[in-house]
Design a protein around this ligand. Structure first.
Ligand SMILES: [Fe+2]
Length: 320
Protein backbone atom coordinates (compact mmCIF):
# COMPACT_ATOMS: atom_id res chain seq x y z
CA UNK A 1 0.00 0.00 0.00
CA UNK A 2 1.32 3.42 -0.90
CA UNK A 3 1.75 6.02 1.85
CA UNK A 4 -0.97 8.62 1.66
CA UNK A 5 -0.22 12.28 2.24
CA UNK A 6 -2.43 13.99 4.75
CA UNK A 7 -4.15 10.77 5.68
CA UNK A 8 -4.86 9.87 9.30
CA UNK A 9 -4.47 6.10 9.57
CA UNK A 10 -7.56 4.08 10.43
CA UNK A 11 -7.81 2.58 13.88
CA UNK A 12 -10.26 0.49 15.81
CA UNK A 13 -9.85 2.80 18.82
CA UNK A 14 -13.20 2.51 20.59
CA UNK A 15 -12.78 5.92 22.22
CA UNK A 16 -12.70 7.60 18.83
CA UNK A 17 -15.40 10.18 18.27
CA UNK A 18 -17.07 10.74 14.94
CA UNK A 19 -20.28 11.54 13.13
CA UNK A 20 -22.50 8.60 12.22
CA UNK A 21 -24.31 9.87 9.13
CA UNK A 22 -24.36 12.31 6.29
CA UNK A 23 -27.71 13.70 7.41
CA UNK A 24 -28.49 15.76 4.31
CA UNK A 25 -27.09 18.11 1.70
CA UNK A 26 -28.45 21.51 0.81
CA UNK A 27 -28.21 22.80 -2.71
CA UNK A 28 -28.95 26.34 -3.89
CA UNK A 29 -30.29 26.81 -7.42
CA UNK A 30 -31.65 29.87 -9.25
CA UNK A 31 -35.08 28.36 -9.85
CA UNK A 32 -36.79 25.63 -7.84
CA UNK A 33 -39.07 24.47 -10.67
CA UNK A 34 -36.44 22.54 -12.67
CA UNK A 35 -35.23 21.00 -9.41
CA UNK A 36 -38.74 19.92 -8.47
CA UNK A 37 -39.19 18.30 -11.88
CA UNK A 38 -35.74 16.69 -12.02
CA UNK A 39 -35.76 15.11 -8.57
CA UNK A 40 -39.42 14.13 -8.94
CA UNK A 41 -38.70 12.41 -12.24
CA UNK A 42 -35.65 10.83 -10.61
CA UNK A 43 -37.97 9.04 -8.20
CA UNK A 44 -37.74 11.15 -5.07
CA UNK A 45 -40.62 12.35 -2.93
CA UNK A 46 -40.12 16.10 -3.46
CA UNK A 47 -41.92 18.22 -0.88
CA UNK A 48 -42.73 21.87 -1.49
CA UNK A 49 -41.85 23.40 1.87
CA UNK A 50 -42.72 26.98 0.99
CA UNK A 51 -39.65 28.57 -0.57
CA UNK A 52 -37.59 25.40 -0.50
CA UNK A 53 -37.85 21.76 -1.55
CA UNK A 54 -37.39 18.77 0.73
CA UNK A 55 -35.90 15.68 -0.95
CA UNK A 56 -37.29 12.53 0.62
CA UNK A 57 -37.53 8.91 -0.43
CA UNK A 58 -40.93 7.22 -0.48
CA UNK A 59 -41.66 5.24 2.66
CA UNK A 60 -38.98 6.98 4.69
CA UNK A 61 -39.42 9.97 7.00
CA UNK A 62 -35.93 11.35 6.62
CA UNK A 63 -35.21 14.47 4.58
CA UNK A 64 -32.05 13.61 2.63
CA UNK A 65 -31.67 16.88 0.80
CA UNK A 66 -32.94 20.44 0.66
CA UNK A 67 -33.02 22.72 -2.36
CA UNK A 68 -33.18 26.44 -1.72
CA UNK A 69 -33.20 29.42 -4.06
CA UNK A 70 -29.93 31.21 -4.70
CA UNK A 71 -28.34 33.43 -7.31
CA UNK A 72 -26.61 30.41 -8.91
CA UNK A 73 -26.26 26.67 -8.46
CA UNK A 74 -23.95 25.98 -5.57
CA UNK A 75 -23.49 23.53 -2.74
CA UNK A 76 -25.00 25.47 0.17
CA UNK A 77 -23.89 23.17 3.00
CA UNK A 78 -23.48 19.60 4.18
CA UNK A 79 -25.08 18.43 7.40
CA UNK A 80 -23.59 15.55 9.38
CA UNK A 81 -25.31 13.86 12.33
CA UNK A 82 -23.87 12.47 15.54
CA UNK A 83 -25.09 10.73 18.69
CA UNK A 84 -26.10 13.06 21.57
CA UNK A 85 -23.09 12.17 23.73
CA UNK A 86 -20.69 12.97 20.91
CA UNK A 87 -21.74 16.53 20.04
CA UNK A 88 -19.81 18.23 22.84
CA UNK A 89 -16.75 16.08 22.15
CA UNK A 90 -16.87 16.82 18.43
CA UNK A 91 -17.20 20.53 19.06
CA UNK A 92 -14.32 20.50 21.54
CA UNK A 93 -12.25 18.45 19.12
CA UNK A 94 -12.80 20.94 16.32
CA UNK A 95 -11.97 23.89 18.56
CA UNK A 96 -8.85 22.12 19.85
CA UNK A 97 -7.83 21.66 16.21
CA UNK A 98 -8.11 25.42 15.70
CA UNK A 99 -11.24 25.22 13.57
CA UNK A 100 -13.30 28.40 13.84
CA UNK A 101 -16.97 27.98 14.68
CA UNK A 102 -19.23 30.05 12.44
CA UNK A 103 -22.81 31.24 12.75
CA UNK A 104 -25.54 29.18 11.09
CA UNK A 105 -26.96 30.68 7.93
CA UNK A 106 -30.23 32.53 8.61
CA UNK A 107 -33.07 30.05 8.84
CA UNK A 108 -30.83 27.04 9.45
CA UNK A 109 -30.37 27.25 13.22
CA UNK A 110 -30.11 23.82 14.87
CA UNK A 111 -28.94 21.97 17.97
CA UNK A 112 -25.43 21.67 16.52
CA UNK A 113 -22.45 23.72 15.47
CA UNK A 114 -21.19 25.05 12.16
CA UNK A 115 -17.71 25.14 10.63
CA UNK A 116 -16.13 25.52 7.19
CA UNK A 117 -13.88 22.92 5.63
CA UNK A 118 -10.53 24.05 4.16
CA UNK A 119 -12.08 24.50 0.70
CA UNK A 120 -14.82 26.73 2.15
CA UNK A 121 -17.71 24.25 2.25
CA UNK A 122 -20.09 25.08 5.09
CA UNK A 123 -20.55 22.12 7.46
CA UNK A 124 -23.20 21.53 10.11
CA UNK A 125 -22.71 18.93 12.84
CA UNK A 126 -25.86 18.20 14.81
CA UNK A 127 -27.57 15.56 16.91
CA UNK A 128 -29.97 13.47 14.86
CA UNK A 129 -30.96 9.80 14.46
CA UNK A 130 -28.57 7.59 12.52
CA UNK A 131 -29.83 7.71 8.93
CA UNK A 132 -26.98 5.66 7.48
CA UNK A 133 -27.88 1.97 7.57
CA UNK A 134 -26.60 -0.33 10.32
CA UNK A 135 -25.85 -3.10 7.87
CA UNK A 136 -25.51 -3.64 4.17
CA UNK A 137 -28.95 -3.57 2.60
CA UNK A 138 -29.36 -6.17 -0.12
CA UNK A 139 -32.00 -6.37 -2.79
CA UNK A 140 -33.58 -8.92 -5.10
CA UNK A 141 -31.20 -10.29 -7.73
CA UNK A 142 -33.69 -12.59 -9.37
CA UNK A 143 -36.62 -10.59 -10.64
CA UNK A 144 -39.07 -13.48 -10.92
CA UNK A 145 -39.52 -17.12 -9.98
CA UNK A 146 -39.49 -19.97 -12.50
CA UNK A 147 -42.30 -19.85 -15.00
CA UNK A 148 -42.89 -16.09 -14.65
CA UNK A 149 -41.39 -13.52 -17.05
CA UNK A 150 -39.15 -11.08 -15.20
CA UNK A 151 -39.38 -8.12 -17.58
CA UNK A 152 -42.65 -6.35 -18.33
CA UNK A 153 -43.28 -4.50 -21.58
CA UNK A 154 -41.61 -1.11 -21.42
CA UNK A 155 -44.86 0.80 -21.06
CA UNK A 156 -45.56 -1.26 -17.95
CA UNK A 157 -42.14 -0.70 -16.38
CA UNK A 158 -42.51 -0.21 -12.65
CA UNK A 159 -41.91 3.18 -11.08
CA UNK A 160 -38.55 2.94 -9.39
CA UNK A 161 -37.79 4.82 -6.23
CA UNK A 162 -34.47 5.35 -4.47
CA UNK A 163 -34.36 3.93 -0.95
CA UNK A 164 -32.10 6.52 0.67
CA UNK A 165 -29.22 8.94 0.10
CA UNK A 166 -25.92 7.05 -0.01
CA UNK A 167 -23.32 9.80 -0.40
CA UNK A 168 -22.32 13.04 -2.00
CA UNK A 169 -19.14 13.70 -3.97
CA UNK A 170 -17.86 17.24 -3.69
CA UNK A 171 -15.08 19.10 -5.41
CA UNK A 172 -12.31 20.27 -3.14
CA UNK A 173 -9.12 22.23 -3.65
CA UNK A 174 -6.72 19.76 -1.99
CA UNK A 175 -7.80 16.17 -1.45
CA UNK A 176 -5.07 15.45 1.12
CA UNK A 177 -6.05 18.44 3.22
CA UNK A 178 -9.74 17.52 2.95
CA UNK A 179 -9.07 13.94 4.10
CA UNK A 180 -7.15 15.18 7.09
CA UNK A 181 -9.76 17.80 8.00
CA UNK A 182 -12.71 15.40 7.96
CA UNK A 183 -10.72 12.71 9.80
CA UNK A 184 -9.56 15.05 12.56
CA UNK A 185 -12.80 16.94 13.02
CA UNK A 186 -15.69 14.64 12.06
CA UNK A 187 -13.97 11.30 12.69
CA UNK A 188 -14.51 10.09 9.13
CA UNK A 189 -12.00 7.57 7.82
CA UNK A 190 -10.57 7.16 4.39
CA UNK A 191 -11.83 4.11 2.54
CA UNK A 192 -9.77 4.34 -0.67
CA UNK A 193 -8.29 7.02 -2.87
CA UNK A 194 -6.54 7.79 -6.13
CA UNK A 195 -4.73 10.90 -7.31
CA UNK A 196 -8.03 12.43 -8.42
CA UNK A 197 -10.70 11.12 -6.03
CA UNK A 198 -10.98 9.97 -2.41
CA UNK A 199 -13.69 8.29 -0.35
CA UNK A 200 -14.55 8.45 3.37
CA UNK A 201 -16.82 6.38 5.64
CA UNK A 202 -18.18 6.83 9.17
CA UNK A 203 -16.90 4.94 12.20
CA UNK A 204 -20.34 3.79 13.36
CA UNK A 205 -21.07 1.63 10.31
CA UNK A 206 -21.76 3.21 6.92
CA UNK A 207 -21.50 2.77 3.21
CA UNK A 208 -17.96 2.61 1.79
CA UNK A 209 -18.33 6.33 1.33
CA UNK A 210 -20.76 8.87 2.70
CA UNK A 211 -18.50 11.68 1.49
CA UNK A 212 -16.14 11.69 -1.47
CA UNK A 213 -13.85 14.27 -3.04
CA UNK A 214 -12.68 15.19 -6.52
CA UNK A 215 -9.87 17.64 -7.18
CA UNK A 216 -10.80 21.09 -8.47
CA UNK A 217 -9.82 24.72 -7.98
CA UNK A 218 -13.02 25.45 -6.03
CA UNK A 219 -15.59 23.64 -3.90
CA UNK A 220 -18.81 22.40 -5.49
CA UNK A 221 -21.28 19.54 -5.65
CA UNK A 222 -20.40 16.92 -8.26
CA UNK A 223 -23.15 14.41 -7.49
CA UNK A 224 -25.58 13.11 -4.96
CA UNK A 225 -25.97 9.32 -4.96
CA UNK A 226 -29.13 7.39 -4.20
CA UNK A 227 -29.36 3.75 -3.16
CA UNK A 228 -31.44 1.43 -5.37
CA UNK A 229 -32.51 -2.12 -4.58
CA UNK A 230 -31.06 -3.68 -7.75
CA UNK A 231 -29.19 -3.17 -10.99
CA UNK A 232 -32.51 -3.60 -12.77
CA UNK A 233 -33.86 -0.58 -10.90
CA UNK A 234 -30.82 1.44 -11.98
CA UNK A 235 -31.55 0.56 -15.60
CA UNK A 236 -35.25 1.30 -15.33
CA UNK A 237 -34.47 4.63 -13.67
CA UNK A 238 -31.97 5.59 -16.36
CA UNK A 239 -34.43 4.70 -19.14
CA UNK A 240 -37.19 6.65 -17.40
CA UNK A 241 -34.98 9.72 -17.08
CA UNK A 242 -33.96 9.46 -20.75
CA UNK A 243 -37.65 9.34 -21.70
CA UNK A 244 -38.08 12.55 -19.68
CA UNK A 245 -35.30 14.23 -21.68
CA UNK A 246 -32.44 13.72 -19.24
CA UNK A 247 -30.30 11.85 -21.72
CA UNK A 248 -26.84 12.98 -20.67
CA UNK A 249 -24.97 10.94 -18.12
CA UNK A 250 -22.67 8.00 -17.57
CA UNK A 251 -23.47 4.33 -17.11
CA UNK A 252 -24.34 1.58 -16.77
CA UNK A 253 -21.15 0.46 -15.08
CA UNK A 254 -19.63 -0.87 -11.91
CA UNK A 255 -17.21 1.14 -9.83
CA UNK A 256 -14.12 -0.46 -8.34
CA UNK A 257 -13.85 1.73 -5.22
CA UNK A 258 -17.11 1.06 -3.38
CA UNK A 259 -18.04 -1.70 -5.88
CA UNK A 260 -21.41 -0.09 -6.59
CA UNK A 261 -23.24 -0.44 -9.87
CA UNK A 262 -23.98 3.02 -11.20
CA UNK A 263 -25.72 5.22 -13.68
CA UNK A 264 -25.31 8.98 -13.41
CA UNK A 265 -27.95 11.34 -14.80
CA UNK A 266 -26.90 14.92 -15.50
CA UNK A 267 -29.04 17.40 -13.60
CA UNK A 268 -30.24 20.81 -14.89
CA UNK A 269 -27.09 22.51 -13.53
CA UNK A 270 -24.40 20.28 -15.08
CA UNK A 271 -23.79 18.13 -12.00
CA UNK A 272 -25.25 14.66 -11.50
CA UNK A 273 -27.60 12.43 -9.54
CA UNK A 274 -26.42 8.83 -9.32
CA UNK A 275 -28.50 5.67 -9.20
CA UNK A 276 -26.37 3.26 -7.15
CA UNK A 277 -26.78 -0.34 -6.02
CA UNK A 278 -24.82 -2.82 -3.92
CA UNK A 279 -22.25 -0.39 -2.55
CA UNK A 280 -19.69 -1.88 -0.15
CA UNK A 281 -20.43 -1.49 3.54
CA UNK A 282 -17.88 -0.77 6.28
CA UNK A 283 -19.05 -2.27 9.56
CA UNK A 284 -18.78 -0.41 12.85
CA UNK A 285 -15.18 -0.40 14.11
CA UNK A 286 -13.96 -2.27 11.03
CA UNK A 287 -10.53 -1.40 9.73
CA UNK A 288 -11.32 -1.12 6.04
CA UNK A 289 -8.35 -2.25 3.93
CA UNK A 290 -8.17 1.02 2.03
CA UNK A 291 -5.41 1.79 -0.40
CA UNK A 292 -4.04 4.31 -2.88
CA UNK A 293 -5.07 3.12 -6.35
CA UNK A 294 -4.14 4.15 -9.85
CA UNK A 295 -6.94 6.15 -11.46
CA UNK A 296 -6.90 4.09 -14.65
CA UNK A 297 -7.24 0.90 -12.62
CA UNK A 298 -10.03 1.95 -10.32
CA UNK A 299 -12.63 4.19 -11.97
CA UNK A 300 -14.80 1.34 -13.19
CA UNK A 301 -14.59 -2.43 -13.37
CA UNK A 302 -16.69 -2.33 -16.53
CA UNK A 303 -18.90 0.07 -18.40
CA UNK A 304 -18.51 2.83 -20.98
CA UNK A 305 -15.86 5.52 -20.74
CA UNK A 306 -17.14 8.61 -18.90
CA UNK A 307 -18.18 11.49 -21.18
CA UNK A 308 -15.90 14.51 -21.40
CA UNK A 309 -18.43 16.59 -19.44
CA UNK A 310 -18.41 14.24 -16.45
CA UNK A 311 -15.79 15.94 -14.30
CA UNK A 312 -16.60 19.64 -14.63
CA UNK A 313 -17.03 21.89 -11.64
CA UNK A 314 -19.74 24.31 -12.73
CA UNK A 315 -19.43 26.11 -9.39
CA UNK A 316 -15.80 27.06 -10.00
CA UNK A 317 -15.25 30.73 -10.70
CA UNK A 318 -18.78 31.65 -9.66
CA UNK A 319 -18.57 31.77 -5.89
CA UNK A 320 -18.96 34.98 -3.95
FE1 LIG B 1 -21.05 8.20 -6.32
Amino acid sequence: MTAIRGYVAPTSDRSAVGVHSLDHFTLAVPNLKPAQKFYGDFGLDVRDEGGSLGLKTYGHDHRWGTVVEGSRKRLHHLSFACFPDDLTRLKAQAEANGVVLVDPPPGFESNGFWIRDPAGVLIEVKVAPKSSPDRKLSGPWSSSPEGIPGAPVRSKAPVIRPRRLSHVLVFTTDIGIALEFYARNLGLRMSDRTDKVAFMHGIHGSDHHILAFAQSDAPGLHHCSWDMASVDEIGIGAAHMADKGYTRGWGLGRHVLGSNYFHYVQDPWGSFAEYSADIDYVAKQQDWPGAYHRDEDSLSLWGPEPPDYFIVNHEAGTRA
